[in-house]
Design a binder for this molecule. Structure first.
Ligand code: C2E
Ligand code: CA
Ligand code: CA
Length: 417
């Protein structure tokens, strides 16, 4: 049934909501008051009252579960009924900031309610009322904080507070530097360095990721010329040109101008498409497969290689590997970390390398922190890897120094373990 928002009246004693029934509307009480009741041992127990200006049945806006309480008019009431469909439509068409804040509040509210199982229990003495939860400072704090990060991030791009760090990717067969992964850092004037683990999710939720990705691609294109020059003047030079791998989000592909911006940025910087790799996580890819495939195909046709990040963590079906144009699988660092301790992780790493080879794809292992891991990966036929053992992500100037001083660690590359 599709309801739209509309006014209703309820006479004193009339039920607005029945416990146990499937709810698909909430009610804003414009006039009058109601009581919230739960049935226990054949009796209706009043667990709260609401008067004008309050909302009842709001959980129906969030999930599709049976009502956990009844609501009865204690006097004649006038209410505004909001259906779930109408609510969803309004959120969808709202301002992106409003949408983001609403989604955060609703998710937190649902989590909190389900944690406390507030309404389904017989209320103990002194229990918290639902009204109090609405005023909970934590809920408001989270929303306000997210909004603050959004506003600050918006300005951070303009104010050049974002910086790209570069982590070398080493070719295990030759010990040479094959490329770098570009990883964003935010240098906040007051809070100091903020990790991408904090601000990328906010950028993704709010749509700002499109600006972050364009900025990162442009920076990477500018840096590749500097790094390539350095590599070409040392013995680090590879047969293939040096590349920088840039992280993208699937939201980037939803932007209809995504590819034309990629092309424009690369042309402006005179970057060869082979010198940029595009990284995307598999979990993001399967969220919007058709849109993602179209964007990835355009990039690949242009000459940009595509890597699947955090491979093995996000999605159980392998059939998608044929669906998307993919050049490289990046083995997630969680597998590499436990590879030498747990046989099943070792087998998983081995299988991913074999799978990549069978599908004619390259493979890069992430999170190499020890010499033994690099040696085992090499012996399994893994072509490249990156990790703290070689270098942490570093500013461009340090990456240039890293190239100048790089000498392949002998023991690891001369013999397999
Ligand atoms: P990711 O793409 O999987 O990046 C690898 C993360 O592992 C990086 O964290 C890197 O610093 C860290 N790492 C590298 N080697 C090691 C190691 O040996 N041990 C350990 N423990 N960690 C290692 P970081 O830089 O904090 O980035 C976190 C995530 O944020 C990235 O994960 C990526 O998903 C996202 N991200 C970073 N920059 C960007 C960006 O410009 N755009 C987008 N869309 N996402 C980004
Ligand atoms: Ca990555
Ligand atoms: Ca990764």
């Amino acid at each position: 049934m599709v309801h739209t928002t509309g006014r209703k009246t309820f006479k004193k004693g009339e039920m607005l909501i029945h416990e146990g029934e499937q709810g698909d509307s909430a009610y804003i009480i414009e006039k009058g008051s109601v009581e919230v009741l739960v049935a226990r041992e054949g009796k209706l127990i009043q667990i709260g009252t609401r008067s004008d200006g309050s909302i009842v049945g709001e959980m129906a806006m969030i999930d599709d579960k049976p009502r956990t309480a009844s609501v009865r008019a204690v006097e004649d009431c006038e209410v505004l009924e909001i259906s779930r469909d109408d609510f969803a439509r309004r959120i969808e068409s709202s301002d992106p900031i409003l949408r983001m804040v609403m989604q955060v509040i609703l998710t937190r509210y649902r989590d909190m309610l389900s944690r406390s199982q507030l309404v389904v229990k017989v209320p103990p003495p002194g229990f918290i009322k639902a009204e109090d939860l609405e005023k909970d400072d934590k809920v408001v704090d989270v929303a306000v904080n997210t909004l603050k990060v959004y506003n600050e991030l918006h300005d951070a791009i303009k104010n050049h507070e974002l910086k790209l760090f570069y982590q070398p990717i080493i070719d295990l067969r030759t010990g040479k530097i094959a490329g770098f992964e570009a990883l964003a850092r935010w240098f906040h004037p007051e809070k100091g360095m903020i990790s991408p683990g904090i601000f990328i999710p906010v950028a993704e939720e709010s749509g700002l990721i499109v600006d972050v990705s364009r900025w990162a691609l442009n920076e990477a294109c500018e840096s590749i010329n500097i790094l390539s020059k350095e590599v070409n003047s040392t013995s680090c030079m590879m047969d293939e040109p040096l590349f920088i791998s840039v992280n993208f989000s699937v939201h980037d592909f939803s932007d209809k101008d995504f590819f034309s911006h990629v092309e424009k940025i690369m042309n402006k910087n005179k970057t060869k498409p082979k010198q940029i790799h595009l990284e995307i996580t598999e979990s993001l890819l399967v969220e919007q497969p058709e849109i993602a495939r179209e964007g990835l195909e355009k990039c690949q046709d242009f000459g940009i290689e595509v890597s699947i990040d955090d491979f093995g963590t996000g999605y159980s079906s392998l059939s998608y590997l044929h669906f998307f144009p993919i050049n490289t699988l990046k083995i997630d660092q969680s597998f590499v970390r436990l590879m030498l301790e747990q046989e099943n992780n070792y087998q998983l790493v081995k299988s991913i390398i074999a799978l990549a080879k069978n599908l004619n794809m390259s493979v890069i292992a992430e999170g190499v922190e020890h010499r033994e891991e690099a040696a085992v990966l090499k012996s399994l036929g893994c072509e490249s890897c990156q990790g703290f053992w070689f270098a942490r992500p570093q500013p461009l100037e340090d990456a240039v120094e890293f190239i100048r001083n790089w000498c392949p660690p002998d023991v690891d590359f001369r013999k397999d373990l």
